[in-house]
Ligand binder design. Sequence first.
Ligand SMILES: [Zn+2]
Length: 112
Amino acid sequence: MGVIERILNIQLKMDVYANEDRKVAGIAQSAIENDFASLTALQQAVLQSFLTQQCSGVTDPGDHHNGCEVPLEGNDLLEAYTFCDDPEVLLCPSCRQEEHDYAEEKAELDAE
Ligand SMILES: [Zn+2]
């Protein structure tokens, strides 16, 4: 399974298509079973918009949002889904690191 099929697979599991026409999930299912390349150009176009998502950015402890809007696709998108708790809040590798650092700082402060 290629990275596109794996993204579609994780999107299906996380119900990313819940608000879409039911045939979107059907097309994704068909891509997972038969390969994205086997879809018609029209079907590929329907899924294309789901294959690029924007980083949600992170808010620092001072309540300042970093404004990150990096487009996520391919492996970065797959990873973002793998590490997210909420499929609507996806982070790029750099924001994931930033969030991790804030969590560590907070843990240190809480420990004092
Ligand atoms: Zn980011």
